[in-house]
Write a protein that binds this ligand. Structure first.
Ligand code: HC1
Ligand code: SF4
Length: 580
């Protein structure tokens, strides 16, 4: 350890610490902009390019960036000297002089770190206001919108995409004023290896990267008297949307969210949890089928890979096209919901599917890409019309002047509104597999599973493995979250699957859907992920029914419509194929 003095207070810190880390130990907050550290994914971005964290170090002529300057024994640091403050202010002012000044209309307004800093530093006028040199066209994709004139070269997106997700869609190009983060050949993200996970959006401090805003389309549908508007809400949204209204992370607001959507004018508010249970029925049956095949013939498409995460499926299609026999063919819960709503439910209401509009509220940007897949439509009519991220849904609620926090509770509508504890845990890493095991166990063992929690599959470790014995079969299971970890496991599988894995759950985002690219911004605080996770498990624990096969609405649906899992009709509506 070494001793340093910061703002007149001493502290002893490991000698590998930076000034920023040492200051944190004393509870001294040095403002940062490009720097970001997230424990969950071991994500660290410190290019030291923005210089906002400059501090004065006694004996040094130049100010030092706190995020990248290592401490030395007996160092004396002033974080708030006049010189440091003035430099910080000048730096931010310079940055803004080369930034479009359209904060009033920017999608990131009030969530933008640059805006926040300008305010904190009391910048009221840009003396250097000139013409911005960073002029780039707005690139509007299906999932993600990029406005590189707002890029401040913090390189967080690049770090996230290349080091954590290991996709490699983004890289910094050019120098000086011309520097920005680009895709290969300046292509739209969708024409590159990008999978749409939105983790770059989640860490972008400005309005350079955002989800594509679909709120206007939903408003139009809600106002159209000829349309029956049906909402579905994803598992992970209910423990996060409250943050957009100032509630503590992890506040469970399921039934307020239902009320809010009804106030917006929804005809029906249903739950993606319903179709998550349906997914377990279809995918669980497939898993049992492949396991039986393996036992009987010593050969099967194993491990079966979960297929509900669209970022992950895009990753499989672009990175491992020779392994596409492995994912379950079950559609995701979002996809299944759309198909059930527009086939079964529209028929029940006696309306044409063209007059039904299905809107998904998802924690995810890649769900927007999933919704436009060929296998999720009948002729020109999509099963899911629009996908809003949790952030967009909150915006819609604010636009309608709904006071979210004072809303009363409402229940989901019938019949697609009933979900179990097994379904809600889809929202966290390990949850899909745990839900599947609950059902597969009882199906094969033909007796009650007493302890529903599969603890080794829980938690934020990047790769989790466990062996579960079911009806005498040793099932080797693995759970990964984050696409970098997915790559590691896919390499293992491709190179002979030496650990003999039978089933693998993959979620593209850190922590699973609760950490999705469309969730309220973490602003660098990933303890929020733990709080959301805890809330998801709390909901599971409090549910009357905690196993998918015991969902009464699902049992009804099979009885009245699909007959049994993997039936011909189930294949028509509930299964998909993958593209090379
Ligand atoms: Fe997810 Fe899923 S859990 S993918 O993370 O399988 O988005 O929440 O809706 O479809 O159910 C997301 C969450 C979500 C699907 C389900
Ligand atoms: Fe990379 Fe995901 Fe962003 Fe695409 S959406 S650029 S894959 S981080």
């Amino acid at each position: 350890n070494v001793n340093v003095t910061i703002d007149g207070r001493s502290v002893s810190v490991p000698k590998t610490s930076t000034i920023l880390e040492a200051a944190k130990q004393l509870g001294i907050n040095i403002p940062t902009l490009c720097y970001m550290h997230l424990e969950t994914t071991d994500f660290t971005c410190k290019p030291a390019t923005c210089r906002v964290c400059v501090v004065e170090v006694e004996g040094r002529r130049n100010l030092c960036p706190a995020c990248a300057t290592p401490v030395m024994d007996n160092m004396v640091i002033k974080t708030n000297s006049m010189r440091a403050l003035e430099a910080r202010k000048a730096i931010v002012e310079l940055m803004i002089s080369d930034h479009p000044q359209d904060c009033l209309t920017c999608n990131k307004s009030t969530d933008c770190r640059l805006q926040e800093l300008a305010n904190e530093l009391g910048i009221r006028r840009i003396h250097l206001s000139g013409t911005s040199k960073s002029v780039h066209p707005l690139m509007k994709g299906i999932a993600i919108e990029r406005d590189m004139s707002k890029c401040i070269m913090c390189r967080r997106c690049e770090e996230m995409c290349n080091k954590v997700q290991k996709v490699g869609a983004l890289s910094g190009v050019n120098r000086g004023f011309e520097a920005y983060v680009a895709t290969a050949f300046e292509e739209e993200l969708e024409n590159t290896v990008c999978v749409g996970c939105g983790q770059c959006v989640a860490v972008c401090p400005t309005g350079a990267l955002m989800e594509t805003d679909d709120t206007a389309k939903v408003i139009r549908a809600l106002k159209d008297p000829n349309k029956t508007v049906v909402f579905q809400t994803a598992p992970a949204t209910r423990v996060a949307i409250g943050e957009e209204f100032g509630l503590e992370p992890g506040t469970i607001v399921t039934n307020k969210m239902v009320t809010a959507l009804k106030r917006l004018g929804a005809d029906y508010v249903f739950d993606t949890n319903f179709s998550a249970d349906l997914t377990i029925m279809e995918e669980g049956t497939e898993l049992i089928g492949r396991l039986t095949d393996y036992i009987e013939n010593k050969k099967a498409d194993l491990p079966i890979l979960t297929s509900c995460c669209p970022g992950w499926i895009n990753f499989m299609e672009t990175q491992y096209p020779d392994q596409l026999h492995l994912p379950s063919t079950a559609k995701s819960p979002q996809g299944m919901f759309g198909a059930v709503a527009k086939n079964y439910f529209a028929e029940k209401l006696d309306i044409d599917r063209e007059n039904m509009v299905v809107v998904s509220i998802m924690p995810c940007t890649a769900k927007k890409l999933e919704a436009v897949r060929d296998s999720l439509r009948v002729k020109d009519n999509p099963d899911v019309d629009y996908v809003l991220t949790t952030r967009e849904a909150a915006r819609l609620i604010k636009m309608a002047n709904i006071d979210f926090n004072s809303l009363e509770d409402s229940n989901y509508d019938d019949p697609l509104g009933e979900g179990t504890g097994a379904a809600v845990i889809f929202g966290v890493t390990g949850g899909v597999l745990e839900a599947a095991l609950r059902t597969v166990y009882e199906t094969l063992e033909k007796k009650e599973l007493k302890k529903l929690e599969f603890v080794p599959l829980r938690g934020f470790q990047g790769v989790k493995k466990a062996t579960v014995t079911i009806a005498g079969i040793e099932v080797n299971a693995a759970v990964v979250h984050g696409l970098g970890n997915a790559r590691t496991i896919m390499e293992e599988i491709k190179n002979g699957n030496k650990e003999n894995l039978h089933v693998v759950e993959v979620m593209a985002c850190p922590g699973g859907c609760i950490g999705g690219g469309g969730q309220p911004y973490l602003h660098g605080d990933d303890t929020i992920l733990e709080k959301r996770t805890k809330a998801i498990y709390e909901i599971d624990h409090s549910e009357r029914i905690r196993k998918s096969h015991e969902n009464e609405a699902i049992q009804e649906l099979y009885k009245n419509y699909y007959q049994e899992p993997n039936s011909e009709l189930a294949h028509r509506d509930l299964h998909t194929h993958f593209k090379k």
